[in-house]
Ligand binder design. Structure first.
Ligand SMILES: Cc1ncc(COP(=O)(O)O)c(C=O)c1O
Length: 377
């Protein structure tokens, strides 16, 4: 016991476990870092766009000063793209920052948070960090959000005092499952006005054109909706930590008071402005992902490997029937210099999540896979 007055909800927080860094795997398994393929954190295999590198080089000279806390240039670019006023935006150090700031703003001091089983790990963590009570709603048979059950959970304890916050991811991670616009709209229609809905769209840029929808229009219609997005995935800026939220000013105004001052650094802001304008990079990211998805799933199909159809830049696949199949296949892949993500912490110990890489990266993963799956038997 420490002498500090630490609430139980803080003591019980399990640390976030990210994808293993390449250097760590190289040290652990005595491998050459140059030969290691990392497909563990849903990063963009094309890396950072050149346009963003140039913008950062230009921004370097001013790094002796604090960044623009209002994020003027980036907000202006986002306003133009999204067709909203700047007070409909809140910037974050990654969209994780938006997700956590939402919990701090709307669910602190004993609030109640609802999220789906297999939902992104940060939802539960955010609830814990602010001492909120989390209700985890069982997923559908297809591993997706059961919005009907989530609505019931929002109302469950007391219809007069519904949940403070509900997280909905579309597409969801680590499952890649997709909710249709009609399903989301029906949900938004039913959720009580007092419950803030966070629609996490970290992977929205990877949706097929026929799956796309205009969630900004929903933000106009639903005063309790916050859409969160990120520059970490399709825009290739994961290391810079930058994302944003879109909501009506009644929500963003509060979040802007709660978030840390200067939470988004100047290089990240400059890079994001450049990346937002770089349609060619976004198109290339989409195309690499679409081709990689076809490459990986064709091989999974041919080998009879079960996987969840994914709308993101990653695929959840079943490593085997043994209870520890995911862990065993993971170690075998690591020894071959391939880093994927175990998902036992999501209650999926037989599964692994692989991020979609470039064709050569996917080739390395697919070449190592049969022996790794054999190791689970
Ligand atoms: C569903 C989902 N939301 C949000 C994030 C947060 O990403 P970032 O904080 O880099 O924006 C992730 C990252 O993997 C994610 O999978």
């Amino acid at each position: 016991m420490t002498p500090f007055h630490i609430p139980d909800y803080i003591r019980s927080i399990a640390p976030y476990i990210g994808g293993k860094p390449i250097e760590e795997v190289a040290r652990e398994f005595g491998l050459d870092p140059a030969g290691i393929v990392k497909l563990a954190s849903n990063e963009n295999p094309l890396g950072i766009p050149d346009s963003a590198k140039r913008a950062m080089a230009d921004a370097m000279a001013e790094l002796g000063r604090y960044p623009d806390d209002a994020g003027f240039d980036l907000k202006r670019a986002l306003c133009e793209k999204l067709g909203v006023a700047d007070d409909w935006l809140v910037l974050g150090a990654g969209s994780s920052d938006i997700l956590i700031t939402a919990a701090m703003t709307f669910a602190g001091n004993g609030g109640r948070v609802v999220h789906s089983q297999y939902g992104f790990v940060v939802y539960g963590l955010a609830a814990q960090k602010v001492g909120a009570q989390a209700t985890v709603v069982p997923a559908t048979a297809g591993f997706g959000h059961d919005l009907g059950a989530m609505l019931a959970a929002v109302l469950a304890v007391d219809e007069d005092e519904p949940a403070s916050l509900v997280y909905v991811a579309n597409p969801s991670n680590p499952t890649g499952t997709f909710l249709t616009p009609a399903e989301i709209e029906a949900f938004l229609d039913e959720v009580p006005a007092e419950t803030v809905v966070v629609l996490d769209e970290a992977y929205t840029e990877y949706l097929d054109p026929q799956q796309r929808f205009d969630s900004v229009e929903w933000v106009r219609r639903y005063p309790n909706l916050l859409v969160s997005r990120t520059f970490s995935k399709a825009y290739g800026l994961a290391g810079l930590r930058i994302g944003y939220g879109i909501a009506q000013p009644a929500l963003t105004n509060l979040m802007n008071r709660v978030r840390a001052a200067f939470n988004v650094n100047a290089l990240a802001q400059a890079a994001a402005v450049a990346a937002l304008a770089d349609q060619a990079f976004l198109d290339a990211s989409y195309a690499v992902n679409r081709d990689g998805y076809r490459q990986l799933t064709a091989q999974f199909d041919a080998a009879g490997i079960a996987y969840i159809p994914s709308s993101g830049n990653f695929i959840l696949f079943k490593a085997g029937d043994a209870a520890d199949a995911g862990a065993k296949a993971n170690v075998a892949l690591l020894k071959s210099g391939v880093i994927v993500r175990p998902v036992a912490n999501y209650g999926l110990p037989q599964w692994l999540r692989v991020s979609i890489g470039t064709k050569p990266e996917n080739d390395v993963f697919l070449a190592a896979l049969p022996a790794a799956l054999q190791a689970t038997r």
